[in-house]
Design a protein around this ligand. Structure first.
Ligand code: SF4
Ligand code: SF4
Length: 335
């Protein structure tokens, strides 16, 4: 539902102010960087304004999500490949999930060996845990700079060329994969996912066809985010940890007319048809908002919707603000 203009402007101003303060703190005394961060914060706030004012979530979220993935790809893959200088990579959250046991063990060793003094460098992983507990599963459709690549490919065709239905056991595969990776990574003392399976590093030639298939080809054919929903171990971890987040998508059974549009629209197979009378949203929902936008009966919503959207944009602004403004400066030759 559309919101009044005045309330939407207030939303924009609050979001922009919060992001500007964080930009000021993180830019330190680097003026060009601060201005670039301010510009990026304004762009995010304007998209926030559009989401708030229009009452539709997915379209504007998707623009931001794909844009961040594009910048990420440019900065950390293409520029590095072409040997341009670039900023330090953001901490890889996908890598964090399958090495969580190693991470906890190294924290334990650090504490046992040197106390709090040697802990600093290792605490970054907790940032992601903090985000998980803040916006829960929303991380996978708002913040993840890898998920945007999957989403961009899923937007290429106007309609699905292949209708893909996933039986429930296969939808649970990422959890089994996560457990396997946790155990093997711990036993080997290695980030096994990064070494063998990461589709964005493509280290193991053996898996290239599978990974290209799940990140590029299947999303184009099916309009579903197949890597995110059928493989990603981080998505599996978030679906478990995100349960503590107060934000979730709910269906109002009284209003629902059982048209099934949400089921078709959901890009991550998170809506289950439990029988003629019941559509159920699973823990794999990552709050992209697509089902909310397509529902003709206005029967779906996010609990504490406006707070969630504000927090999701804030977290997205902070994470993307760590590399997008620097890239913008690089592109105009100021870095
Ligand atoms: S259930 Fe709705 S909000 Fe959740 S992932 Fe699917 S389409 Fe997005
Ligand atoms: S799109 Fe809305 S009305 Fe249709 S099945 Fe889903 S919740 Fe019910």
């Amino acid at each position: 539902m559309r919101k009044p203009l005045r309330a939407s402007i207030v939303f924009l101003v609050i979001l922009f102010t919060a992001l500007s303060i964080l930009s000021f703190i993180s830019a330190k005394n680097d003026r060009p960087l601060f201005y670039a961060k301010l510009l990026w914060s304004l762009a995010i706030s304007c998209l926030g304004f559009c989401i708030y004012r229009s009452g539709t979530i997915s379209r504007y979220r998707s623009i931001l999500f794909i844009l961040i993935a594009f910048f990420f790809f440019l900065e950390f893959k293409l520029f590095r490949f072409l040997s341009f200088t670039s900023a330090a990579s953001p901490y890889c959250h996908i890598a964090q999930a399958p090495t969580l046991l190693n991470f906890i063990y190294s924290q334990f060793l650090a504490l046992a060996g040197g106390g709090w003094r040697v802990w600093g460098a290792l605490t970054l992983g907790f940032l992601w845990l903090g985000i998980m507990f803040t916006i829960g599963q929303g991380i996978c459709s708002w913040v993840c700079f890898y998920g945007g690549i999957d989403e961009a490919c899923s937007k290429i065709a106007r309609k699905p060329l292949v209708r893909l239905k996933i039986p429930r056991p296969w939808r649970d595969f990422p959890i089994a994969f996560l457990i396997f990776l946790l155990i093997v990574s711990f036993l080997q003392g290695l980030p096994v996912f990064c070494v063998w399976f990461c589709p964005f590093k493509m280290t193991a030639v053996l898996f290239w066809p599978v990974l290209i298939g799940f990140v590029i080809i299947l999303p184009i054919l099916t309009k579903k985010r197949t890597f995110c929903s059928l493989i990603c171990p981080f998505g599996a971890l978030v679906s478990i940890c995100g349960k503590v987040s107060p934000y979730r998508v709910i269906i109002n059974k009284e209003k629902c007319i059982r048209c099934g549009k949400c089921l078709d629209a959901c890009p991550v197979f998170a809506i289950e048809n439990k029988g003629p009378d019941e559509y159920k949203i699973s823990n794999f929902c990552n709050m992209c908002g697509k089902c909310i936008d397509v529902c003709p009966a206005d029967a779906i919503n996010i609990l504490y919707r406006q707070i969630f959207i504000f927090l999701a944009l804030l977290v997205t602004g902070v994470i993307s603000g760590s590399f997008v403004p620097r890239l913008l400066l690089q592109l105009i030759g100021l870095k």
